[in-house]
Design a protein around this ligand. Structure first.
Ligand SMILES: Nc1ncnc2c1ncn2[C@@H]1O[C@H](COP(=O)(O)OP(=O)(O)O)[C@@H](O)[C@H]1O
Ligand SMILES: [Mg+2]
Length: 282
């Protein structure tokens, strides 16, 4: 299949702070975050549980708004959800009463695209994710890995500028997870959309990304920005290479040392002190 062009996908985040909760419960989940991401880049965000990774993705998707700073995609401020910024979660969001094809075509249906055209587009994307022949099935007839492939297809059919992924393989068994990682990279070589992939799994982040952003414990800030120049296509041998091990060590040290950091007593907003945080489990 030919490479499908998607329009741009440049991210520009400046001094972004995001506050969650209301009134006395309010706290900063993300603090003064700066980050520029080039179109077509595959970026992984790694950080301990609760550091604000999903919050950041939610802001990119347009589900959460900035408390301070700015967040732009292709020069336009993000002000709400859009099919151009598609999200894949850990658990699929497929309609159980619609077939696989109808699920994938649903976003196009909502945009008023005719049945023949949208089914044709759905079948093309289903082929891309290796599910040709499954278009007539129901979601609950598929394995967990296949359901996530449909979920990815459901997002990609909109030709998004951003593919946002929030621990998308977190609920899969180890082998399926490895297969899905390879499949995702294969898809990404064909649809060169910008990918922002959140994980707390160091191996997964190093295996997938062009660039790895490591976040601190809450409130999340970027504490490391690594370029990963491993050759592509990437294969499972990579994870046993000395350079991979060295970078894994480096990431572990970063997350561990960050864990030792004393928690701030009062944040700059003058909000109440934060509760003790869940620690990064090794
Ligand atoms: N709606 C909410 N109200 C209050 N606190 C929340 C809400 N959503 C998330 N949190 C808290 O905000 C922090 C950041 O959450 P999140 O972005 O989900 O972290 P991560 O994805 O890195 O695990 C966590 O401490 C979490 O418990
Ligand atoms: Mg999360």
């Amino acid at each position: 299949m030919s490479v499908m062009q998607t329009p741009e996908g440049r991210i520009d985040i400046r001094q972004l702070s995001i506050v969650l909760g209301q009134g006395r419960e309010a706290f900063e989940a993300v603090r003064e975050l700066d980050c520029q991401i080039e179109p077509g880049q595959f970026v992984c965000i790694l950080g301990p549980s609760g550091c604000g990774k999903s919050t950041l993705l939610g802001a990119l998707a347009g589900h959460l708004s900035a408390h301070a700073g700015s967040l732009k995609v292709d020069g336009a401020a993000v002000s709400g959800p859009s099919p151009q910024r598609g999200m894949v979660f850990q658990h699929h969001t497929l309609f159980p009463w619609r077939t696989v094809r109808e699920n994938v075509a649903f976003g196009l249906k909502m945009r008023g695209i005719g049945k023949v055209e949208r089914h044709c587009a759905a079948d093309e994307i289903l082929q891309l994710v290796g599910l040709e022949g499954f278009a007539e099935r129901w979601p609950d007839q598929l394995s967990g890995g296949m359901q996530q492939r449909v979920e990815i297809a459901r997002v990609l059919v909109n030709r998004p500028r951003l593919l946002l992924m929030d621990e998308p393989f977190g609920a899969l068994d180890a082998l399926t997870r490895l297969n899905m990682q390879e499949l995702l990279l294969d898809i990404w070589t064909r649809i060169r959309t910008t990918v922002v992939f959140v994980t707390h799994d160091i191996d997964e982040a190093l295996f997938l990304a062009d660039r790895l952003l490591v976040m601190s414990a809450r409130p999340g800030r970027i504490i490391e920005d690594l370029r990963l120049d491993f050759a592509r296509p990437r294969t499972s041998e990579l994870v046993t290479s000395p350079e991979f091990s060295r970078l894994k060590r480096h990431c572990l040290d970063l997350l561990r040392h960050d864990n030792d950091r004393p928690l701030p007593r009062l944040n700059p907003l003058g909000l109440p002190p934060e509760n003790p945080l869940p620690r990064f489990a090794l």
